[in-house]
Ligand binder design. Structure first.
Ligand code: NAD
Ligand code: USQ
Length: 398
């Protein structure tokens, strides 16, 4: 299958590109390298030493004989080039990772809010419009987020995969309707994913585009079998206050002897998935597209749920790290339950990597190994959801 991987230089996109290439697909990465530019803007670097995209692709070819093409293109700004690319390349499928994905970055200031909306919503719409303009039957797999559902809705009932069946009272009695699960985003970034959902619903209905939206939980881990082949293929590992996600941050903090930065009480329950399972899920989604005319197919791409404080305690037990309870810079429920349906991927053969299996390997082979590359001034999350919520750096530094 010919596959375009949009955002294929990023944390999820790079290992997915290698995995798809490894199993025989013809992969072209499309990326404007904006994530690398944001590292420069934030004056921070991946904990792991990631190589330039050209070198990554050359090394992959040297080691495996397999070719990956790269196109430097801005999905949000360069519509005409995108349309021409689809017409020339005639891909069977597109996997769309190419969005600004950090909630804290999206809440930093007015500029980053506007950038996140412009980049993500325009990019997603350009992809859809270009598929229609190409006249080709290209299946689209998009990376959404568990955060579209929010964290206060379901109580003990599991969050369904995308859609809810509701009863609407009418004078003639109740009628049943299937609707998109109500959106409840917790950041401007998460808001863009809820807007994407409406774009997908429209284009699936109006133009019969085959669309799969993967509501992924927080990805942890770094390496896949392919990125581990050579250090020059290593995946990125974000640990800074904007892009670092909670579990990888805790692993890195433990490795350098920094207290684990729990926001609030740590009663927030979130969904998690290992990067090795992300790439398998993308493969499964590509192999099982919806039919033309179907509504967007939604999968909840998660394998486990945990409270933040439980993760901190687990890592503290493994490593002896201290746990620090910090004022929460975000506006989010202090505690929540999270019960998620995730039957589809399991039914299609996903065999998940458990936290209990992957954690030690990650701590030893990545966090410990590259600990000297850490810049400790970048650890505390400084982006606040509202004025006055600043985390005092004195609590953990000095
Ligand atoms: P990332 O920032 O590491 O990668 C995104 C890539 O897209 C980067 O290489 C970036 O340069 C590129 N990009 C961004 N805007 C672009 C544009 N306008 N044109 C071309 N390229 C562009 O992020 P990631 O962690 O790999 O996440 C990938 C996708 O998965 C995102 O859509 C994210 O919302 C989703 N997701 C990620 C996680 C996670 O924990 N990392 C969890 C759930 C969902
Ligand atoms: N948290 C801490 N301490 C930290 C960092 C985070 O307690 O040092 C808490 C946060 O306050 C939050 C939870 O951990 O309650 C998760 O934060 P996160 O930064 O790990 O994840 P989040 O901001 O939700 O975003 C990440 C990805 C995003 C993806 C999302 C999936 O960056 O792209 O969409 O996970 S989900 O959370 O399921 O919506």
């Amino acid at each position: 299958m010919k596959v375009l991987v949009l955002g294929g230089d990023g944390f999820c996109g790079w290992p997915t590109s290698l995995h798809l290439s490894d199993i025989g697909h013809d992969v072209t990465i499309v990326d404007n390298l904006s994530r690398r530019a944001i590292d420069l803007e934030l004056e921070v670097d991946s904990l792991t030493p990631i190589r330039p995209i050209g070198e990554r692709i050359r090394v992959w070819k040297e080691l495996t004989g397999k070719n990956i093409e790269f196109v430097n293109l801005d999905l949000a700004q360069e519509y005409d080039r995108l349309e021409t690319l689809l017409i020339n390349e005639r891909p069977d499928a597109i996997v769309h990772f190419g969005e600004q994905r950090a909630a804290p970055y999206s809440m930093r200031d007015t500029r980053s809010k506007r950038y996140t909306v412009d980049n993500n919503v325009r990019g997603a719409h350009n992809v859809l419009a270009a598929i229609v303009a190409s006249g080709l039957d290209i299946a689209l797999v998009h990376l959404g987020t568990m955060g579209v559902y929010g964290y206060g809705w379901s109580g003990s009932a599991p969050i369904p995969e995308g859609y809810l069946t509701v009863k609407v009272p009418t004078p003639d009695g109740d009628i049943e309707r299937e609707i998109l699960h109500p959106a409840n985003p917790g950041s401007v970034y998460h808001l863009t994913k809820t807007l994407d959902q409406l774009l997908f619903a429209f284009y699936a209905s109006n133009d019969q585009i085959r669309i799969t939206d993967l509501h992924q939980g927080i990805v942890w881990g770094t390496q896949t079998p392919q990125t581990a082949l050579d250090e020059r293929l290593i995946n990125r590992f974000d640990y800074d206050g904007d892009y670092g996600t909670v579990l990888n941050r805790f692993l890195m903090q433990a490795a350098i002897g920094h207290p684990l930065t729990v926001h609030g009480t740590g009663g927030q329950t979130r969904a998690f998935i290992h990067i090795r399972d992300t790439v398998r899920c993308i493969q499964i989604a590509l192999e099982n597209p919806p039919a033309r005319g179907d509504k967007p197919m939604v999968f909840n791409q998660v394998t486990e749920t945990h409270r933040v404080i439980e993760l901190a305690q687990l890592i503290s037990k493994l490593t002896g790290a201290e746990v620090a309870l910090l004022p929460n810079p975000r506006r989010e429920a202090a505690e929540n339950e999270l019960n998620v349906s995730r039957d589809r991927f399991l039914a299609l053969g996903l065999n998940p990597t458990k936290l209990s299996e992957g954690l030690l390997e990650e701590a030893r082979d990545v966090a410990e190994r590259y600990r000297d590359r850490a810049d400790t001034t970048k650890i505390i999350a400084r982006s606040v959801w509202r004025q006055g919520m600043e985390t005092s750096p004195d609590l953990v530094e000095g």
